[in-house]
Design a protein around this ligand. Structure first.
Ligand code: SAH
Length: 389
């Protein structure tokens, strides 16, 4: 059977030339009626000039996701090479780490695929029809490359619905008996790969977690703590750490992780961080180190204003709660608010808090989360280290 072909408009060709990895439905000359979605299609310009190959999506507004710029066969060898290239980057950039993102979707030229490694275990997301349909082959290739004890499928992400797929999770290979463990700097963390958030943990913050221990001192507060990725690092240097997290299950994990690392100075508090910060101010509490790492407040563009207000509220309160010389580590994972906008919000929060604030570091996700220059969405994580004077 010959490979399906899709022609794209002049505008689409311009985007392709600019290196953008997606083509929207509006830039197809014609939506192919016969295709179901998930196919690898040949992409041509209006005159039939070959541009490359892409995954086709029927249900999403993003119709094409570039896969290759040559006529090569997209088969097991193709994916084997892409996986090996992605892993080679991590081995080179993070030679001592055993927990890292192996595949970061488009940024590793593997759209619709996310693979996180937690020591001997892999946690995988198949986010589009194209990767969902190739699930068995991709799992086999991951087993071949990593020989993991187990591969967990964490495709229980709502974005799958945009592709006409139901969320789904389970064990794809091997056996999972109890939580997996992995290391970040001097800390060992436990993760339940089946019930944890996202793929089990937020590996994008790994380097920032470790960095936090360098700045930690005195009385510390970690808001939106999840399993304690920041809190435990703070506990290595701080006198006492309060970890605030709304999920009871996550609080139990913070406690288990503190115990595992023999850290007796961590207290998990199951509470809404917005309320906790307000009450702490009312009660006259003060801290020397504060981390704010909230979930994304803006899932779409229209929510940006409200999200900016949310970020400002927590940052303003944190600045007011810090003793002079106190450090604020403030993160945001929403790509709708870019670094410049985030910095403006911090500036405005400092003004309202009537505090003078230094920027000590501006950071992003770790090297295992590469950023595609042409795709702003891959540059989502901001992490500022600030000092309140
Ligand atoms: N800081 C964590 C990741 C945080 S993800 C790390 O580095 O690993 C965001 C966390 O905030 C989630 O665990 C979520 O349960 C929690 N959360 C969401 N809304 C909250 C709220 N209003 N107050 C406190 N925690 C909240």
């Amino acid at each position: 059977m010959s490979q399906p072909t899709i022609r794209i408009t002049r505008k689409g060709v311009d985007r392709w030339k600019a290196g953008h990895p997606w083509i929207y439905e509006a830039d197809l000359e014609q939506k192919p009626a016969a295709l179901e979605g998930g196919e690898v299609v040949r992409v041509e310009d209006g005159r039939g000039y070959f541009l490359g190959q892409a995954f086709f999506s029927r249900d999403s507004k993003i119709s094409l996701r570039w896969l290759s710029w040559t006529d090569e066969a997209v088969d097991d060898d193709f994916f084997r090479a892409r996986l090996a290239t992605a892993d080679a980057l991590r081995r080179r950039a993070l030679p001592d780490e055993t927990a890292y993102r192996v595949v970061h979707g488009e940024a590793d030229l593997l759209p619709g695929l996310v693979v996180d490694r937690f020591g001997d275990f892999l946690s995988v997301q198949f986010l589009h029809k194209a990767t969902e349909q190739r699930k068995a082959a991709l799992t086999r290739l991951l087993v071949e490359h990593f020989q993991p004890r187990a591969i967990v499928n964490r495709s229980d992400a709502n974005v799958r619905r945009l592709e006409g797929l139901e969320p789904e999770k389970g064990v794809l290979h091997g056996a999972l008996s109890g939580p997996a463990t992995y290391r970040e700097g001097h800390i060992t963390l436990e993760v339940d790969l089946l019930t944890g958030q996202k793929t089990g943990a937020f590996l994008d913050q790994r380097d920032n977690h470790v960095m936090a221990s360098e700045w930690a001192h005195g009385e510390a507060l970690d808001c939106f703590s999840y399993a304690g990725g920041f809190a435990l690092q703070l506990a290595l240097k701080a006198r006492a750490v309060t970890a605030v997290e709304i999920s009871e299950a996550a609080c139990a994990q913070i406690e288990a992780n503190a115990k595992r690392n023999a850290l007796g100075n961590v207290t998990a508090v199951a509470a809404n961080a917005f309320d906790f910060l307000r009450d702490a101010l009312d009660e006259g509490k003060r801290y020397d180190t504060i981390v704010l790492d909230p979930p994304s407040f803006a899932k779409n563009k229209s929510a940006v204003q409200a999200a900016a207000r949310g970020y400002k509220e927590i940052n303003l309160r944190a600045m007011q709660l810090l003793n002079p010389g106190g450090v604020l580590i403030s993160a945001s994972c929403t790509h709708h608010i870019d670094e410049a906008r985030f910095e403006e919000m911090l500036d405005s929060a400092a003004a309202d808090a009537k505090r003078r604030v230094q920027i000590l570091e501006k950071r992003g996700a770790g090297k295992d989360h590469p950023v595609l220059l042409s795709l702003r969405e891959t540059r989502y994580l901001k992490c500022f280290v600030l000092r309140v004077l």
